[in-house]
Design a binder for this molecule. Structure first.
Ligand code: URA
Length: 229
């Protein structure tokens, strides 16, 4: 069980159990071969509590200054914000946010889910709060909704919704995830992104009580239910 949850090789997991550092449902477990029912299981390793997840899906409040790449080059990687067992079980970011973008980032070790959430076919809406260099005009909002052509791609990029939230701020909902898409869409309408924050993906909104750099589990199904905070 521990092995599936990212606590090292099978041998390392057995050694942890034999050393008495693992508690299952509150009681110290010393037999590495003890069969453990995993449904609803809560266990602890070195005093830290975990709940069993057959597949990992977590939500991270990405701070600025972190790269989503699994081989970061200029900044630390977002994976460094997660505990070792999650990294060891192979969670990966679902799509990418730029290093200077903040907000909701999902990570999972579930290949099928990763594919479903990133495939353009599934059109998962993503909501961005955008701060702009110049005032936002009704014409710009209209052009974003109708579709703009980005420099390397003749297919227009359309916003599902675009509404001003301040003189130099707008909320933009898009379903695709092309490279620097929001920044390039704003450039295409003659404005410029000064700040970018993702506040929702599908039905999941970034919880208001989750600070930058903090993460939490997402239960399967939460992506489909209506947004809640
Ligand atoms: N669009 C961008 O330009 N950057 C992001 O990080 C996300 C969407």
């Amino acid at each position: 069980m521990l092995f599936s949850q990212g606590f090292g090789t099978r041998r390392e997991c057995a050694a942890r159990v034999q050393a008495g550092t693992v508690r299952i449902a509150g009681r110290v477990c010393t037999d590495p071969d003890e069969p453990v029912p995993t449904h609803g299981l809560v266990f602890s390793v070195d005093g830290r509590e975990w709940s069993f997840h057959a597949r990992a899906l977590v939500l991270l409040h990405k701070p600025a200054g972190y790269e989503c790449s699994t081989r970061p080059r200029h900044h630390p990687g977002v994976l460094s914000l997660l505990p070792l067992p999650l990294r060891q079980r192979g969670v990966q970011p679902v799509g990418r946010l730029d290093a200077d973008t903040t907000g909701l980032l999902l990570l999972t070790d579930d290949g099928a889910l990763l594919h479903r959430l990133t495939s353009p076919k599934h059109e998962v809406p993503k909501v961005y709060e955008v701060g702009t260099r110049h005032p936002v005009t009704p014409m710009q909002l209209e052009a974003l909704r109708t579709g703009v052509v980005l420099d390397d791609d003749p297919r227009p990029a359309r916003a599902l919704a675009a509404e001003a939230t301040g003189e130099r701020a707008l909320r933009l909902t898009i379903t695709e995830g092309r490279y620097h898409q929001v920044k390039r869409m704003l450039a295409a309408v003659g404005n410029r992104v000064d700040a970018l924050h993702r506040s929702a993906v599908g039905a999941l909104a970034l919880p208001l009580d989750l600070g930058p750099g903090q993460w939490r589990w997402v239960e399967p199904g939460a992506l489909e239910s209506p947004p809640s905070r």
